[in-house]
Design a binder for this molecule. Structure first.
Ligand SMILES: Nc1ncnc2c1ncn2[C@@H]1O[C@H](COP(=O)(O)OP(=O)(O)OP(=O)(O)O)[C@@H](O)[C@H]1O
Length: 278
């Protein structure tokens, strides 16, 4: 299996909760190429986990288009979504323990995850999967004897048990010390480079983000910016709108009239003094 692409246009997700609706995503357009390693950033409540769960078919979009490889996620039935998750898309939920059966060894956890894979899939051995994440010596070690970092690596190993084309990982490096965090990050890089699997991971950690080749920052359910190897860029949306970086938005309060001029390739934004404005 080679890496799967992700493509979304105008992706909206609304949670219907006790008499009031929460718009978690308000029109997300992203394009991730097969085999990319991408970090999803943004403040708490921005919509990162929602986007991850939509890509994994755990939630259904309220509106918009969401394509994962050949799967048009917005129109799939529950059975089709189950099949996608059991073979093509691996998900590592936030909190390693949620991904593991506590009384099974790492190898047996992987075997269990592999049972759901489509019959035609040629699966690697659990030992080969554990080797890939750096846990080759712990196939039979009880989970209770692993360090927190090793338990997280085991959760990642379960996520890639069927060698899916896309791995979605929600905060896989949180609550770990720096050494363990770097080991989990290294394992994700190895998976990405050795198998060509597309990897999308949510992180709050600026040090993790700075090491990723590409990041997408979400704010208030919209794409705020993109990073390339630590450098941050604003992204023009399909409707031509451009979210201002926070340090510029501070200078231009909502409602400010802005004159937009071009001069020899330089685009200039000049706020216009309005009569009656203070
Ligand atoms: N099951 C739910 N029901 C109602 N609202 C929800 C639900 N899950 C999330 N939300 C709301 O949707 C918005 C986006 O949440 P989401 O968990 O996707 O953000 P996040 O960026 O992953 O945040 P965090 O970094 O804190 O995990 C928030 O306003 C959140 O309160």
């Amino acid at each position: 299996m080679t890496g799967l692409a992700i493509s979304t246009t105008g992706l909206v997700h609304i949670y219907r909760a006790h008499g009031h609706d929460v718009a978690a995503l308000s029109g997300i357009g992203i394009s991730v190429r097969p085999g990319e390693l991408v970090g999803l950033l943004g403040p708490s409540g921005a919509g990162k986990s929602t986007l991850l769960q939509l890509c994994g078919g755990l939630l259904t979009p309220s509106a918009g288009r969401l394509q994962v490889g050949e799967h048009n996620v917005a129109t799939m039935t529950d059975t089709e979504l189950d099949r996608m998750r059991s073979g093509d898309v691996g998900i590592v939920l936030q909190g390693a323990g949620r991904n593991l059966i506590p009384y099974l060894t790492p190898a047996d956890n992987i075997r269990y995850a592999q049972q759901a894979a489509p019959d035609e899939r040629d699966l690697p051995t659990p030992e080969a999967i554990l080797e890939l994440v750096g846990l080759g010596n712990h196939a039979a070690t009880p989970l209770s004897q692993l360090t927190p970092g090793q338990v997280q690596l085991c959760a990642v190993a379960v996520g890639i048990a069927t060698l899916p084309g896309l791995l979605l990982a929600d905060e896989p490096t949180s609550q770990l010390d720096h050494h363990a965090r770097d080991e989990v990050l290294a394992a994700l890089r190895t998976i990405n480079s050795e198998t060509g699997m597309t990897v999308l991971l949510v992180t709050h950690d600026p040090e993790v983000a700075a090491t990723l080749p590409r990041t997408i920052t979400i704010r208030d359910g919209r794409i705020a910016s993109e990073g390339r190897s630590g450098e941050e860029y604003a992204v023009v949306a399909v409707d031509g709108s451009l979210p201002l970086p926070p340090h510029v938005a501070e200078l231009l309060p909502a409602g400010t009239l802005v004159q937009v001029t071009t001069d020899d390739g330089v685009i200039r934004l000049t706020p216009v003094e309005q009569e009656g404005n203070q």
